[in-house]
Design a protein around this ligand. Structure first.
Ligand code: PA5
Length: 430
């Protein structure tokens, strides 16, 4: 399903620098067998097989109910409790989903910032709309979604009354811990769980990602089927034929050579939030002990006109990963015009997609020639199944890559520092 093209890396690395079978094999076993306390967050690895089928059915039923009762689903969450759902909806439906969705509710994302402007604007957009809320927080105690939930729950109650509002609130949180879990149980909100031992950034295939995606009309059976196929393939293949091994080991070998920034690029605007999700996945998994590859992303060809100069000619501490799709949902041809004022008639009749593919090939060649190692990651299409596969590929790659680097892929001690300052300044009681 996923093909990794390493021809753009070979001018920069010898195979012996990254094909360390014994080391990677040991890490693979450690992850799969969940040895040791440091690796205690690996439930996501078997999730495509072991997920709770009853809850999965309830997720689909809840999505149908939301479709029948609401014009808008408000998804309240931040970080791992937000990015996966948005990534799936933008890639599989459209970045313009809210303008183009005819038969499924609009999805508005809030609670991912502290902007009063943003909250007010969403409130204004809800004025004449029927809406429901899916509040997502693993810990149940995160400030951004907490504030947004208070605001929009009030809004919901003033619109539908206490009982009516209750029937429109869907909570996704920990099975047993946290204030949101207590609240949901006490008030009887419909609720879903983020299973134990799955960190936020590895939770996209739980209700956190699945309920908003199902509401947007995505076939979550296919998403899980794609992830399951990936799981079967990548967990058993303990060799450098496994693209997860290749991707993880090559990026770490490049990092050892001083390449400390990875740029994830795609020529599809629909991929933008997938790249945002990827940034969190890799950034939080690897950015530790004052080390780690800094994950950044660009949206080509738009960013060739903004970041192209730097990528071609700036500091040579970059590596690049270019994601592409072999087939497309829609294409369009360049129309001819009689006078050829713009000089583009040499492209008349040509498919825009084929021109996009040429732009990609040209860019990869230029960047490799300019001193940037480039990995090419291709998928057959932008289908629900391919998405599930890609999610699993990246999650396993992040865990393997962080482990090769020698850090725990599943903790995030660094995110506490700003929170401690902020809560002190806000006067939070001890
Ligand atoms: O990966 C993580 O753990 C974080 O990004 C969390 O997802 C994010 O901070 C939101 O946390 P919570 O789901 O507990 O509200």
């Amino acid at each position: 399903m996923i093909k990794l093209d390493l021809s753009g890396v070979s001018p920069f690395l010898e195979k012996s620098q990254w094909q360390k079978t014994e080391q990677v094999g040991q890490i693979h076993d450690t992850l799969v067998n969940n040895y040791g306390v440091d690796y205690d967050f690996t439930t996501w690895m078997n999730l495509p097989e072991t997920y709770d089928k009853d809850e999965f059915r309830r997720i689909k039923q809840a999505a149908e109910k939301i479709k029948s009762e609401a014009d808008v689903l408000l998804v309240i969450g931040v970080g791992g409790s937000y990015l996966g759902a948005r990534a799936g909806i933008e890639l599989l439906r459209s970045p313009n989903y809210n303008l183009t969705s005819k038969y499924t509710p609009n999805i508005y994302f809030v609670g991912n910032n502290l902007s009063a402007e943003h909250i007010n604007e969403i409130g204004h957009l809800l004025k004449d709309k029927n809406f429901s809320i899916n509040v997502v927080s693993k810990s149940g105690g995160t400030l951004e979604p907490g504030i947004a939930f208070r605001v929009f729950k009030n809004f919901l109650e003033s619109r539908y009354g206490d009982i009516g509002a209750k029937g429109r609130i869907y909570v996704t949180t920990d099975r047993g811990k946290g204030s949101l879990r207590k609240w949901a149980d006490k008030e009887g909100f419909e609720s879903f769980k983020i299973p134990d031992r799955i960190g936020g950034r590895y939770s996209i295939l739980t209700a956190a990602g699945l309920l908003p995606m199902a509401t947007a009309g995505i076939d979550i059976d296919k998403v899980m089927a794609g992830a399951f196929e990936a799981m079967k393939t990548y967990l058993v293949d303990k060799s450098f034929d496994n693209p997860v091994w290749q991707y993880a080991a090559v990026r770490q070998a490049l990092y050892a050579e001083g390449r400390n920034i990875e740029v994830l690029a795609s020529f599809e605007p629909a991929f933008r939030f997938m790249a945002e999700w990827w940034r969190q996945l890799f950034g939080e998994s690897e950015g530790k002990s004052h080390g780690g590859i800094f994950p950044s992303s660009v949206d080509f060809s738009a960013d060739l006109h903004a970041m192209g100069q730097y990528l071609q000619d700036g500091s040579r501490n970059l590596m690049e990963t270019v994601v592409s799709f072999d087939s497309f949902r829609r294409d369009i041809k360049v129309p001819p015009i009689a006078e050829d004022y713009d000089g583009l008639n040499y492209l008349a009749g040509r498919s825009v997609d084929s021109i996009n593919q040429i732009a990609r090939q040209a860019t990869v060649k230029a960047h490799v020639d300019g001193g940037v190692p480039v990995m090419g990651l291709s998928l057959p299409d932008m289908s629900d199944t391919a998405f599930g596969w890609l999610v699993y590929f990246f999650q396993f790659s992040a865990a393997l890559s962080a482990s090769i680097q020698g850090v725990n892929p599943f903790d995030q001690p660094g995110v506490e520092a700003y929170k401690a300052n902020m809560f002190r300044l806000l006067g939070k009681p001890e």
